[in-house]
Write a protein that binds this ligand. Sequence first.
Ligand SMILES: Cc1ncc(C[n+]2csc(CCOP(=O)(O)OP(=O)(O)O)c2C)c(N)n1
Ligand SMILES: CC(=O)[C@@H](O)[C@H](O)COP(=O)(O)O
Ligand SMILES: [Mg+2]
Length: 628
Amino acid sequence: MLLEQINRPEDLKRLSMAELELLAGEIRQFLIEKLSVTGGHLSSNLGVVELTIALHTLFHSPYDKLLFDVGHQAYVHKILTGRKDKFDTLRKYKGLCGFIKRSESEHDVWEAGHSSTSLSAAMGMAMARDLKGEHNKVVAIIGDGAITGGMALEAMNHIGHEKKNIMVILNDNEMSIAPNVGAIHNYLSKIRSDRHYLKAKEEVEHLLKKIPAIGGTLAKTAEKLKDSLKYFVLNGVWFEELGFTYIGPVDGHNLPVLLDTLKQAEKVVGPVLVHVVTTKGKGYTPAEQDSHSWHGPGPYKIESGQVLKSVGPPMYTEVFGNTLIELADKDSRIVAVTPAMPGGSGLLKFAKQFPSRMIDVGIAEQHAATLCAGLASEGLKPVFAVYSTFLQRAYDQVVHDICRPKLNVAFAIDRAGFVGPDGETHQGVYDIAFLRSLPNMVLMMPKDEQELRNMMQTALEYNDGPIAYRYPRNSGIGASLDEAPRAIPIGTWETLREGDYAVVLAVGPMVQVAEDAAVQLAKEGINLRVVNARFIKPLDEAYLCQLAKESLPIITMEEGAIQGGFGSAVMEFFAANHFSGLHVHVMGIPDYFVEHGTVKEQREEVGLTALNLIAEVKKLVPRKRQRA
Ligand SMILES: Cc1ncc(C[n+]2csc(CCOP(=O)(O)OP(=O)(O)O)c2C)c(N)n1
Ligand SMILES: CC(=O)[C@@H](O)[C@H](O)COP(=O)(O)O
Ligand SMILES: [Mg+2]
């Protein structure tokens, strides 16, 4: 096995072309086998095997900087940079990260997880290199999905203007997670499909070379001719006009061609964009045939291509998708907006049923948010379906374009709380803090699936500005979904279990954790009151005033950052209303980034468990006795 001999990129430089090609096959096999056990971003990685080999063969990492956009397609890079033996731990607790991570390897010069950042970072590194008088290469590898993100376009605008020596590898597989969308996608498709352009380009370039270099009018005419011909026959005119030398499209699975092309590109002075065409899922038939479903599968059976699914209640995402159809059926004002996550957000069925009311804007969270504002300003009821972590991108738009003008946009915030194997870049644990500080915002989280449906109805009936419901990545508790959705009065909590020992104000899935703890405590004669704090904003102020009078010890529990979170809101309320002497203990996520693992492991790490709640309640014993 060649792969066994590869422990660092230098090892590649000794291999012949035939051996490099053999190695590509071995790496594919390795990925298919390892990911069948761990799960992970299979399709994207199968698509970049030759490309990554070519990059590491030609460049000198980490001296030369290879920046992988998003980083979900960097498994081959990890294999080639000494981490192949850790693949059994991929995306597992304390194991190999599913994205690039600076602390993991000196070859991971850039960190990501969110898309479209690599070009800005590459520009920063190139500027630093030039300021320091160094000569390393800076190479950003970005997909056709990620390049449509606003940040990437902003960076191209800057790079093309500054004419820095940066190489951009555009890995074009025609796919985002779902099929890619948008005008840039259409433009790339045109370049790809007009293969005859390639031939024409060669012929015209040959012809142009024959025009003698003479002065005067004829020379000017020849230059003009070159320019105008460019528009008709050259690929990538748009990139050229932005200041990049465009090379491509090249077959990203043909190693000799790839290496040749990269060598040419290396010689270009100024920014160069190499357009590489690849097949997502290359080499594994099920993934090639349906790279959307195979973007990030869980464990699977290699032979049958069957992804192993755990049985249990439906995911919150599915409940959301089905309920939205139910609501949209009755209310034609509802439109769904997704920034490139139609599948992940549970909107595929909705898209089929209401194609004209389903808007996929590509990776463009900021645009999506303001688009919703525009739709709402014209009386529609947009539902912005977005993962908590990606909503971070659109903060200014939420503040400036939605909250300030008080527009009726509903936010369906999926993946709220811990997300498991994607880890720290994807945890949905900041939205409580960054949304509850915004005037006009209403923020809810359901304790179970039926309550999610009720919150969706609440949002639909609400006409006083933005309203958000956040829900976890995984399944709910299996609540019955037979009831029609019904609105909940804004700012009201519900007491689920009476108790006079202490009260826990729990948010979302923490309600169930609190219930479990209460059941255990009851066996020891400790009566813990459990309150479903379903509105994070506005708080149930009347209930908090009553609590303050009762003077019970209070524990708040949320799967979100403690700083600025729900517990902080409760304490702010007591402080602002001069309720002093209360015992409030806040349970949430401390001030650090929680890494990948299972949600259970992540909760255990930060103490968001029934056991820990029981321990906290028991610590209250002396306090209670003191009061008595
Ligand atoms: C800001 C942001 N929005 C959405 C995502 C979710 N996401 C991860 S990969 C991906 C598709 C990227 O497509 P592309 O860059 O073409 O890479 P490919 O998977 O095709 O290799 C999306 C939408 C993300 N990581 N970051
Ligand atoms: C890389 C990326 O951002 C997505 O592929 C993400 O991993 C999807 O997460 P879900 O599996 O939760 O949809
Ligand atoms: Mg792609």
